[in-house]
Design a protein around this ligand. Structure first.
Ligand code: GLP
Length: 241
């Protein structure tokens, strides 16, 4: 794992965007694995600014997102589809038909998950996967547990995650209890992985991810086994390392 120290959130976002920009410039028809959450918002803003300046062209890029809440329609402002559209897709020239997320409105979990695995396989795998890190070390919505789930699956969100995501919803009762998420196998198959981590509240999760035992209790720890992981973390997130 290569760890790049950033001063703060802004610096982290600029550095992460530069790494993604290099990927898009060197392989204009690349597949980007994308993440939601507050960690990558600044990265997306920097990429959009690069597009505005004429430095970046996303017309050949395909995107596959990590996860989506189960039961939220795309036009719900808390759905991950809405998030991606608002923060990134609508700001660059990516072809909307080449942007993929799990279908949160498919009530049949098995069908939704198999269909998403089929899509990810059909685009030829991920060149660069962007990840945030949950407070409990989760990646995507792969929550702490007894196993590393391989493929896309439906998860029951943990109390920690529901509480952490409550800030985006009117009340805790509005936070969906389930989500569809890419599994660990798909994430680990990405050629390159870029993790963005910011803030003191992530310091313990980051330390466990990078230096702790490789265990499904800290799903991010599996990244220690990947041979091309870059972590861009700010000083606060690195404060326990
Ligand atoms: C969410 C997402 C993750 C994200 C994580 C951290 O639950 N499913 O993909 O990385 O939480 O979010 P944040 O960046 O807002 O701290």
């Amino acid at each position: 794992m290569r760890i790049i120290r950033a001063k703060d959130y802004e610096d982290m976002s600029r550095k992460a965007a530069a790494i993604i920009a290099a990927q898009v410039i060197t392989k204009p028809n690349c597949v980007l694995g994308l993440a939601t959450g507050s960690s990558p918002i600044g990265t997306y803003a920097n990429l959009a600014a690069g597009y505005e300046k004429g430095d970046l062209d996303f017309s050949g890029v395909t995107t596959v997102n990590l996860d989506e809440y189960k039961g939220l329609p795309r036009d719900n402002d808390q759905s991950y589809y809405y998030f991606m559209n608002h923060n990134f897709f609508s700001k660059v020239n990516v072809d909307p038909a080449r942007t993929f997320l799990p279908d949160g409105m498919e009530a049949d979990s098995d069908k939704a998950c198999r269909e998403y695995d089929r899509i990810v396989a059909s685009v030829g795998g991920v060149d660069l996967q962007l990840l945030g890190l949950g407070h409990n070390g989760h990646i995507g919505f792969n929550e702490p547990g007894e196993v590393f789930e391989a493929d896309t699956h439906c998860v029951d969100l943990t109390e920690t995650t529901i509480k952490a995501n409550q800030r985006f919803f009117a009340s805790i009762d509005d936070v969906p209890r389930q989500a569809y998420t890419m599994g660990i196998k798909t994430i680990m198959r990405a050629k390159k992985i870029l993790v963005v981590v910011s803030g003191k509240d992530k310091a313990a999760a980051l330390k466990a991810t990078c230096t702790g035992p490789i265990t499904p209790q800290v799903q991010g720890s599996v990244l220690q086994l990947h041979n091309d992981v870059i972590i861009v973390a700010d000083e606060a997130a690195l404060s326990e390392m």
